[in-house]
Design a protein around this ligand. Structure first.
Ligand SMILES: O=CC(=O)O
Length: 328
């Protein structure tokens, strides 16, 4: 039936924009929930919500599309937003709090994968794996007598500055310690359970690091946290890795620093205006780009779905949520 508008005995879950692999939610969980699919409706969204979603208590977010006051005002009965993402910047948490809407996210299920990609990007930038891959695949190795790939840089011994020592940052630290790097960090608050040196200033952290790895979430406090001064403090050999959110870095300034050689390189999985990536970066061999893929493994996507569904089930059974966002 169109848009899933049927009278069903199953609990209704509003889906405004489908999350990745929504077909799997449908095939595996349609016996538990009735998914109300707003995007399939020919009605304008406002009208659809006012007409069909006024009594809906729970919604499943796509993990990307904004859930802000302009949407929430059409959903007076809403009590839960579940997002199958780690990041929460697409959700207006204070508006949710004001309206008594709980929020549950993917908790730490993606942390290992995200940390793996961060370390992979760092190794790629330092050891020029993508450059070398292109060199071989383009037939340059076989066709040239000289060896034009510049030397890479050793990972062991590098001073790594982690921004955000949450579960992703901690996984990055564990991995890079095993590679013989030294770890320091910046976080909202010092974490006494870790002995890594803490810097309350990102500028000081950058000054004392060979690479910065951004692992924090995007908020008003972290927007453009990495500005021109921080980038210049990182220096000409310094590398920046971002698996957090694009807007944590002032992207325009970063592009300029990379183009002018004011920093040494970058490994970026996230961008300010996805899916648009500054074209200037395409020509730079010291920059490795991935399209927001850090949490994309079969295993983690399945865990994210299971946790999202677990939260929905808990909600409808009046049980505690499995991964409620604490400051919500
Ligand atoms: O970026 C991915 C996520 O927030 O899960």
């Amino acid at each position: 039936m169109a848009h899933g508008i049927i009278h069903s005995h199953l609990p209704q879950v509003l889906v405004v924009h489908p999350p990745e692999s929504f077909s799997v939610y449908q095939s595996q969980y349609s016996h538990k929930f009735h998914f109300l699919k707003a995007w399939e409706s020919p009605l304008p969204l406002d009208q659809f919500l006012s007409t069909h979603a006024r009594n809906v208590q729970a919604m499943l977010s796509s993990g990307i599309s904004p859930i802000k006051a302009d949407l929430l005002c059409h959903l007076p009965s809403l009590r839960l937003v579940v997002t199958p993402s780690t990041g929460l910047n697409h959700i207006d948490l204070s508006e949710c709090r004001r309206r008594g809407v709980a929020v549950a996210n993917a908790g730490s299920v993606a942390s290992c994968d995200v940390a793996d990609l961060a370390v992979g990007l760092l190794i790629d930038v330092l050891r020029k794996i993508s450059v070398a891959d292109r060199y071989v695949k383009q037939g340059l190795w076989a066709s040239k007598t000289s060896y034009p790939i510049p030397l890479g840089s050793k990972l062991k011994g590098k001073r790594i500055g982690i921004i955000g020592l949450g579960s992703i940052g901690q996984e990055v630290a564990t991995r890079l310690e095993a590679f013989g790097c030294s770890i320091s960090y910046n976080s909202r608050k010092q974490k006494p359970s870790f002995s890594y040196p803490f810097y309350s200033s990102v500028f000081e952290l950058a000054t004392n690091s060979d690479a910065l790895v951004i692992c924090c979430g995007l908020s008003d406090q972290t927007h453009h946290l990495i500005n021109k001064d921080v980038l210049l403090a990182l220096g000409k050999e310094g590398v920046i890795i971002n698996v957090g959110r694009g807007a944590i870095i002032d992207e325009k300034e970063m592009v300029q620093c990379l183009v002018q050689g004011d920093i040494g390189g970058a490994g970026l999985d996230v961008f300010e205006n996805e899916p648009n990536v500054p074209k200037e970066l395409f020509a730079l061999d010291n920059v490795v780009l991935t399209p927001h893929r850090a949490a994309f493994t079969h295993e983690t996507r399945a865990s994210m779905r299971e946790l999202a569904v677990g939260n929905l089930e808990a909600f409808f059974l009046n049980k505690p949520l499995l991964s409620q966002v604490m400051d919500n």
